[in-house]
Design a protein around this ligand. Sequence first.
Ligand code: AMP
Length: 470
Amino acid sequence: MLGGLFGKKSRSKNTEKASSEAPKQATKKASQSSKPAQAKNSATASKAAQTPPAKKPQAPKAKPWTIDKYAVPEEEGKTRFHDLGLDLNLVHAIADLKYQYCSDIQAESLPHTLLGHDVIGKAQTGTGKTAAFLITIINDLIKRPIPDADRYASEPRALILAPTRELAMQIEKDAISLTKYAPVSVYSVVGGIDYQRQRDYVHNQVFDILVATPGRLIDFLNSGELYLDQLDFLVIDEADRMLDMGFIPDVKRILSRCPKVDRRQTLMFSATFNDDVMNLSKRWTSNPINIEIEPEQLTTDRVEQKVFMVPSDEKLEIICRYIEVNNVKKAIVFGNRRDETRRLEATLKKKGVKAALLSGEVPQPKRIKTLEQFKNGQIEILVATDVAGRGIHVDGVSHVFNYNLPEDAEDYVHRIGRTGRANETGVSISFACEDDAFLLPEIEKYIGMKLNCEYPDYLLDGEKAKPGKS
Ligand code: AMP
């Protein structure tokens, strides 16, 4: 099967030893076909010889870390990471992240996924689903290593598909944190940046976990830089968004190059499940465990939601005053259209606000830099569109503003989920004006609660500013 799909036989092997796969887990995936020793294509081989495999430098020998350094009391109804039989190096990385107990999706999914079962998870961002699938993959890759001598470049062992570049890069970042002490390497291929660099990397390096957006991945599959037939794990994240963004044909093409459903472990997540997502998830998984984490927890518990009823020509003035009066230092403002977000960012900047734009029209390198600056506080207000904003996973965002109400009620939940993450609290303020107030009932129906509407006249110039947080 090796190379057969694309008619190319020259995957560079990182050493000259013949290979035979390490025995795999006895549950569903069992072993994939044994890899025959490859006759090396000379060009590839010389490249591979020049480029050392993508192994992390060994940490200096210190006293071994022990689990007693990660003291978390047992508590009824809660699952500790200690109790899941995870590899100690992985637990060490989890301890560094200061996670104490499993989130709901982790507690419900890990006992199954660690045994090799497929999962279909209905869960939004903010629930800890990324760590749920990463912990599953990393633990397995640590426990079932394949010797370097038997690994090939271009052949990841796990693929995580995400709809947006930002989400893919955030997943990569989380994976890097969780593999801090593990001999597991991570790489991402995303569109918009570094085509040549990504191509060279995947062609020449041996790596374990690949995080990818569909378009760039297809490019590399078509050009024979990447092969997916040795995957043990496939994660499809935010499947509903993949569908919305028209990626499903691409995902189908990608899946046709992966091992068959009963030869891989598939973990599929989606915030919503309409009939289309449901049908796809049934086809792409095998005897899955279904897990549902209710989104209401996100919208009602930790995020205080307000609606400001304002005329459209006063929104700008009000948002600037609000930011000033409440000394807002980390917030995201969502707009519906790129031109609107562009204008909004320019105006905020003119008013002295440290603002930046994150929309599809901003080149990828700039988007990455902007996100970094937002994370470290150099940028205080991020003006974003839904697609670009959905992948923002930044802790400590105190406010989300809906400069326009989203046309799709589901986006409302995604937007406000950017605040109140990881057990923090947050405030969401939605502007409803003459152009979009009609969308409110749909949103209220979707989230199952009435929103608190107010007329924030006190924020208009000339009025005395009201002190306090909101
Ligand atoms: P996600 O839903 O994957 O986007 O994760 C949301 C946030 O929760 C991220 O900032 C994670 O670092 C954090 N997180 C994930 N798992 C846990 C946990 N068990 N305890 C505390 N925070 C967590």
